[in-house]
Design a protein. Structure first.
Lengths: 763, 726
């Protein structure tokens, strides 16, 4: 499933008008406040955290009788290939789940897809709701169906789109890439019949906020006392809790002074204030807030979906905030927190594990096309340290029809990079069980990993390609979800700096201990920090509590976070960041040796000396990088940002031991937009190395690898782990292994010589 | 006190090395490391560094080999569920592990071979033990025995302390009274002739009533009839040099626990491989690796063993057991292991002190090797060396190495047929990608070659071991299997050594070699077919096909080995330069030089003309034997006269009539052991891997052609025979 940038172009060509989401929005709240205060109950007094739902308020006039929820959590969703599927999760309130509902899917497909052989199917919670031929190459097609009562449930619901597509004329593997169906996020929705269904009334239903037509979830913060360090820290913690509770990949944070008049779909207002400073719009909550910790939604009559987190003082507010965390605790601690864009279970793997694909949402399938593709995900811990030596193993249970020619290939991709290509050699029919396929763990990473299995089938019939074959070919391949993916025990140690582990798991800032955070001067610093830390919480699956400190209070021996425009960073702090204040003249021209080396390699510039030439040649031949052949680690130079609007994420291990991660930008005015761009899933997952930077006009994240990494112990000492850590370190540092082996061998020779002198006859 | 510390240190370092080697590092790192270490090994080898550096080279090699073994064990075996792949895959794995294990054992054995001992003599005040010389015989002919006995009798030793015994199993009462009248008559005639010969030479003839327990029984019969302190054993075709006893007896005075002094076997004639491939003059003989380095290595660990002949033993030790052990059909090694196990010592003297004959035809060569293989297998089964009580740990390892070596036919055959699993049956018995194969298997094989070459290069040229193993494996495999089925079944068969090939022909054992060659050829065709029709796995097909081509090269070379070249002479000439006189046509003695000698005759160089001698003329040569100061005459017959730059060359044939003639011939042929050593040294050159490989390839191409030519000719001959008969 590729999310193609071509989408908008294609839709424009097709002449589709995308209605603004707001047009279908519920009407503005009633001007009359009819809700009696008696409907609210006072929250119990601390210490018990409070989750007090405000009951839905009825009898508002001019309330629309239906409500639509967008269900595609991607800006674009394209189903490519012969059998493409994408599952999403939609969180519903109790009221929504009980209301009569229908599903609508707007889509557009490639003209080469044969309608008689192509089907689009929508499944909700495992039940097939609607399917129809894929026949909308000219204008947006629509699939509609009512959802049987009782199928939807409060909380998470899995909706899966599956496109079975066959080419009209072509039987080649290459032609399968021309088969696509785009699911239009704006016109693909759930429609609920009834009134007031847009209301969220309970904390546990926060995730039902959903997102707008562009798959954006906006969280507006109204924090009157923002600026006070403790309040800012609380706001930062709260945004993380809310982000986790929303089950979305990223959020857009806005700061407002007062409650806006309108709250569009996909937007949540969050008021964080003591009872005394509650803004005017939510003053109805004041009595409750006065009484004790409060975390509740305001009544519909007061405002759009607005969460008020309050209490008589900041201590009780902290208590109230815990209630929100409780609402987003994952059901299964062995699985990653589910998200709207990650509907399939993602197991956390911390050691030798055998994953059965059926548990990961992969179906058993009989296939008669030519390119079969499926994928699954799992999560690795932050201290995964086996990318240089380790091999996982796929034990494939699959059957091939006799028609399949032995030239067929099974490719396995790890996080988008090819990991293994195995020719299918035995096609004698029947299911062959547990065929082992080695999958090097080279591109495995801390955090979420995606493994894709792709089978390219060759048959005699496809070569001939008789008319109508694509639709009617007999099954050729059976993929069984009893297939297993085995991950061996792997080395565990942190190799810092490592922004990939940071972005993937929040390391090394997890663990629940408050992290010192320096906020620099700048108008956009606070919202940028909130956006960034919200994304970090989503990645790590838990809140990273912070304490705001001044630059002078930073302890170089402890981990810390720094968010500041470059201009506001002191020279001392800048020196510790590995980033320079100057902006480089052109692309690629940075002070960093790695970039220069890479540049030299690509343009074929002659190296400084013969030894370098040999080293680079060898590295190239065996598929390693010249860094793997360094005996001395070069110092990392300061990184020069490539443009003034480039947001720079940098991690540096301080000589004293602390790991400091910096989020900075040359131009303060573009800080928030830059961070929002960086936190988009596609960019966030590209973060790696010691510096990752993304300018407004950069097509992708620029990442700089460190010259050397510091190994930090993360697990209790064990010889077994030490051995694996050594294996990975020595696989990274080739010549060190040679030296070690040669050294020990030399030692052995010496003792052997001594031994031979003392044993046996000498004469 | 220091020794246990060193042993402990060694164990610790070894443990450390094992830890490093079993790190699951990546393929690339292994490849780079292996290449760097190979470069280091090459440098050591090219600079011909010895001593510590040699050990370092071996240690580097061992590290890479062990890394290969680790990888091979952990990530190349087919899954158990796919038993069709697994079973042959596991067999191949076992075969490879056997090779690695054997490499380890031989590294131990030859870790530091003892340097050759200094030449020694009995000093005037040394005690002079009495020596019985046993020459066991079964069916060897008169002339051969005469030469050997004459040589034995001429040994430099006080005559009153030396008794030479002919232990004749060909003239036993049982044979003389055979129910077959012809055989009985032949045995009686032999008995009488040899009795006369022995009387003439001053040798004691001894035979017995029944042919029980073969050679061991015969020797034990000799033991029971004699009482000398020491016993020397010479095969009937192994004639000792004059200094044999001088070089060996003194050691018994220095170590009261010494039971054996073994010396190398030196052969005057080529084995079938050497003869058919024409390598005898240039390449070290097959047994030189064993006698040149392995026995010296065993000697270091007090584990040099008795090889049936050319050895001196202590009667006391032999009598302590039951004489020569006869449970297995290799009584020599068995005797040694039993005596080692009771605390006796052995030494090895690395100087050829006997010269003999070895099997000339391929069939008798295989017969001899069958006996060795079966016998060693019996020892492995009967007295499993690792658990043999009384042996030191090094001795256990040494005997394990010596006996397990003979399992090679299994691995050779597995390596031969393994490629077929893939080429013909599409089995995947070795799961590795092309890259892994290059990084692990190629470096392993290269390292193996470099190590073998540095260990044995002077005594064994590249690929020759493989060739010898291959030509034996084809027939030895069934022989070994029969031992495994019934360990006590094989019986002693005497190897014929004095045969000659008077007509070029195919060996009677040649057929399987041609069949295998054909199979390999078909597999090559299959390789080409697969590469063309299955391009998606051409890589693996080429790797397996390359392995098959290697087998084909080996098998092609073997075709040459089983195509017997015509050769009339049983033994080759030995160059000697000895002054003599020859009786001219006028009866006057003319000074001349004996330039070379063989068991059949000699060549004489006359500096000034032929002295009136012509072809076909009987005459006599006169020279002084090394054993006396008086010149004697030897009757010869001139077969050829030729002019050379330095005068006239006369080719003469011996006309031995009396016992003294044999003594004279023995004196020429065997008296001076220095010549033999010279001859061996001239062949013991390490020609290096590259030259050796190229030379082997060239030999193989030529021999394949010759082998096929012989096949063609023999089938034409057979057809002609058939036509003639009809």
């Amino acid at each position: 499933m590729t999310i193609a940038p071509k989408l908008l172009v294609a839709m424009a060509v097709a002449g589709v008008l995308v209605l603004p989401a707001a047009a279908q929005q519920s009407a503005p709240p009633s001007p009359f406040d009819m809700s009696p205060e008696s409907g609210l109950r006072t929250a119990p007094v601390a210490p018990a955290p409070v989750v007090e739902p405000a009951p839905a308020v009825e009898a508002a006039p001019a309330i629309p009788t239906s409500f639509e929820r967008h269900i595609v959590p991607f800006a674009q969703l394209q189903l490519v290939g012969e059998d493409a599927r994408q599952a999403v999760e939609v969180y519903l309130t109790q009221a929504q789940a009980e209301a009569p509902a229908s599903v609508e899917v707007g889509y557009l497909n490639a003209i080469v897809a044969a309608p008689e052989a192509s089907t689009l199917e929508v499944t909700i919670n495992g039940t097939n709701i609607v399917s129809g031929p894929i026949a909308a190459s000219a204008t947006t097609g629509k699939l509609e169906a009512a959802i049987p009562a009782g199928l939807l449930r409060a909380g998470g619901n899995i909706i899966e789109f599956e496109a079975i597509q066959r080419h009209r004329t072509d039987c080649s593997v290459a032609s399968t890439y021309e088969l696509w169906t785009q699911i239009d996020p704006a016109t693909t929705l759930l429609r609920f019949e009834g009134q007031g269904l847009d209301r969220i009334t309970a904390l546990s239903e926060v995730a039902a906020i959903g997102f707008d037509a562009t798959a954006t979830t906006t969280v507006r913060f109204i924090v009157p006392e923002l600026g006070t360090p403790a309040v800012t820290a609380a706001a930062i913690e709260l945004v993380q809790q809310v982000a986790l509770a929303l089950h979305v990949p990223e959020i857009a944070v806005e700061l407002d002074d007062s409650l806006p008049a309108e709250t569009p779909v996909g937007t949540l207002n969050v008021v964080l204030a003591t009872a005394a400073t509650l803004p005017a719009g939510v003053s109805v909550m004041q009595p409750q807030a006065d009484a004790g910790p409060l975390a509740a939604f305001v009544p519909a009559s007061v405002a759009g979906n607005t969460l008020v987190v309050s209490g008589p003082d900041w201590g009780s507010i902290t208590t109230a905030m815990r209630a929100i965390s409780a609402a987003s605790t994952p059901a299964d601690p062995d699985l990653l927190l589910q998200r709207v864009d990650l509907a399939n279970p993602i197991p956390r793997v911390t050691g030798a594990t055998s994953l059965t694909l059926s548990d990961l949402g992969v179906p058993t399938i009989e296939f008669n096309g030519r390119r079969y593709r499926t994928s699954f995900e799992f999560a690795l811990p932050a201290d995964f340290y086996a990318n240089m030596y380790g091999q996982a193993q796929l034990l494939l249970d699959a059957g091939y029809a006799k028609a399949v020619l032995p030239g067929s290939v099974l490719d396995i991709y790890a996080n988008g990079q090819i990991a293994s290509a195995t020719p299918v050699l035995r096609t004698d029919g029947g299911l062959s069980r547990a065929t082992p396929i080695k999958v090097p763990m080279t591109n495995f990473r801390p955090g979420r990993n995606e493994i894709e299995i792709e089978l390219l089938l060759q048959t005699e019939a496809d070569l001939e390609c008789a008319p109508g074959l694509t639709g009617s070919a007999p099954p050729r391949f059976l993929f069984s979800n009893t297939t297993q993916f085995n991950i061996p025990d792997f080395a565990r140690a942190a190799a810092l700096p490592d922004l990939q582990a940071f972005a993937g798991t929040g390391a090394p800032y997890g663990g629940g201990q408050p992290v010192p955070l320096v906020l620099g001067q700048g108008a956009q610093v606070t919202p940028a920090a909130m956006t960034w830390l919200a994304r970090l919480a989503i990645a790590s699956g838990a809140v990273v509590p912070v304490t705001l400190v001044g630059e002078g209070q930073l302890d170089p021996a402890a981990n810390a976070l720094v968010i500041s425009p470059l201009t506001a960073l002191s020279d001392a702090l800048l020196n510790r960041s590995g980033v320079a204040r100057t902006i480089s003249a052109g692309p690629g021209a940075t002070g960093d040796r790695a970039i220069v080396d890479r540049f030299n390699q690509t343009v074929g510039a002659p190296s400084a000396n013969t030894l370098d030439t040999i080293r680079n040649w060898v590295a190239d031949k065996v598929g390693l990088s010249p860094q793997n052949f360094w005996l001395a680690r070069p110092e990392d130079g300061a990184y020069l940002p490539q443009s003034s609007d480039a947001v720079v994420l940098a991690q540096a291990v301080q000589p004293e031991g602390g790991v400091w991660t910096f989020l900075t930008i040359p131009d303060d005015k573009t800080f928030l937009s830059g961070v929002q761009r960086l936190t988009q899933t596609v960019n966030w997952r590209a973060i790696t190395g010691r510096v990752s930077a993304l300018g407004a006009n950069d097509p992708a994240v620029i990442a700089i690898q460190p010259g050397g990494r510091t190994l930090v112990q993360t697990q209790p000492f064990s010889v077994f782990n030490l051995r694996l850590v050594a294996a990975n370190w020595l696989s990274t540092n080739v010549l060190e292994f040679t030296a070690l082996l040669a050294g020990v061998t030399l030692l052995l020779t010496l003792v052997t010589a001594a031994l031979l002198k003392s044993l046996g006859r000498r004469q | 006190m220091q020794k246990p510390l060193i042993v402990l240190g060694w164990l610790l370092v070894t443990l450390l090395l094992v830890v490093v080697i079993t790190l699951p590092i990546s393929l690339q790192v292994h490849l780079v490391t292996a290449v760097l270490l190979i470069i280091a090994m090459m440098v050591i080898k090219i600079l011909r560094l010895e001593g510590f550096w040699r050990l370092l080279l071996l240690a580097f090699g061992t590290a890479i080999v062990l890394r290969y073994a680790f990888w091979r064990t952990t990530s190349t075996l087919p899954p158990l569920e796919h038993w069709g792949d697994f079973i042959p895959g596991f067999l191949l794995y076992l075969a490879e592990m056997y090779c690695i294990f054997m490499l380890g054992l031989s590294l131990f054995v030859v870790s530091s071979p003892l340097p050759p001992r200094k030449s020694t003599r009995l000093r005037p005040d040394d005690p002079v033990p009495s020596v019985d010389v046993f020459v066991p015989s079964y069916n060897e002919d008169y002339a051969l025995l005469a030469a050997t006995l004459a040589a034995a009798k001429s040994m430099d030793y006080p005559a009153e302390r030396l008794t030479v015994w002919l232990l004749d199993d060909g003239g036993t009462l049982e044979k003389r009274n055979s129910t077959n009248p012809e055989a009985a008559a032949a045995a009686r005639e032999r008995y009488e002739q040899l009795n006369v010969l022995c009387t003439d030479l001053g040798v004691t003839y001894l035979t017995r009533d029944r042919n029980e327990h073969a050679k061991a029984g015969n020797l034990n019969n000799g033991l029971s009839q004699s009482k000398g302190d020491l016993v020397a054993v010479f095969d009937a075709d192994h004639a000792p040099a004059r200094d044999f006893l001088q070089e060996t007896v003194p050691y018994f005075g220095r170590d009261a626990q010494l039971f054996l002094v073994q010396t190398p076997h030196f052969f005057l004639n080529p084995d079938p491989l050497e003869r058919n491939l024409r390598t005898f003059e240039t390449m070290p003989s097959e047994n030189e690796m064993f006698y040149g380095v392995i026995q010296r290595g065993l000697d270091k660990w007090n584990a040099a063993f008795f090889c049936g002949s050319a050895a001196l033993l202590r009667r006391e030790a032999l009598m302590q057991g039951d004489g020569f052990s006869g449970r297995s059909i290799t009584e020599d090694c068995e005797t040694a292991i039993e005596l080692h196990a009771t605390g006796w010592n052995s030494i090895y003297v690395d100087k050829p002190l006997i010269a003999g004959l070895q099997p000339a035809t391929f069939a008798s060569f295989i017969g001899q090797r069958t006996r060795w293989a079966q016998g060693m297998m019996q020892i492995l089964l009967f007295s499993f060396p690792p658990f043999k009580r009384g042996l030191t740990i090094p001795q256990r390892i040494c005997y394990l190495s010596s006996t397990m070596f003979w399992l090679f036919p299994f691995t050779r055959m597995i390596f031969l047929f393994a490629p077929f699993c893939y080429l013909f049956f599409n089995l995947e018995i070795f799961t590795a990608s092309g890259g892994e194969f290059a990084a692990y298997t190629m470096t392993y094989m290269l390292v193996n070659l470099v190590m073998q070459n540095s260990l044995f290069g002077r005594w064994r040229w590249p690929w020759i071991s493989e060739l010898y193993e291959y030509i034996q494996s084809v027939h030895l495999l069934t022989a070994l299997l029969s031992v495994l089925r019934n360990p006590s079944r094989p019986t002693f068969k005497v190897t014929a050594k004095d045969e000659s090939v008077d007509q070029s022909r195919l060996s009677e054992l040649a057929r399987p070699f041609y069949l295998i060659f054909l199979l390999l050829l078909i597999a090559v065709a299959m390789t080409v077919y697969k590469v063309i029709t299955e391009p998606y796995r051409a890589e693996i097909t080429i790797v397996v096909g390359g392995w098959n081509v290697f087998n084909l090269i080996m098998a092609g070379c073997a075709l040459g080995v089983v195509s017997e070249r015509r050769e009339t002479r049983a033994s080759r000439r030995v160059d000697i330069d000895r002054r003599c006189e020859i009786r001219g046509g006028d009866g006057a003695w003319t000074a001349a030089v004996i330039s070379d000698v063989s068991s059949g005759g000699l060549a004489i160089r006359l500096p000034e003309g032929a002295a009136g001698l012509g072809r076909g003329a009987p005459t006599a040569v006169r020279f002084t034997p090394l054993s006396s100061s008086e010149p004697s005459e030897l009757a010869v017959f001139i077969r050829s006269v030729s002019n050379s730059g330095k005068g006239v060359m006369l080719g003469c044939r011996f006309m031995p009539e009396r016992a003294t003639d044999y003594r004279m011939i023995a004196d020429l042929l065997y008296a001076n052991s220095a010549i033999w050593q010279e001859r061996q040294r001239s062949r013991q050159i390490n020609i290096g891997l590259i030259r050796g490989t190229l030379q082997f390839l060239a030999t193989s191409v030529y021999q394949t052609g010759r082998g096929l030519g012989y096949l063609l000719r023999s089938s034409v001959d057979r057809r002609k025979d058939a036509e003639d008969r009809s």
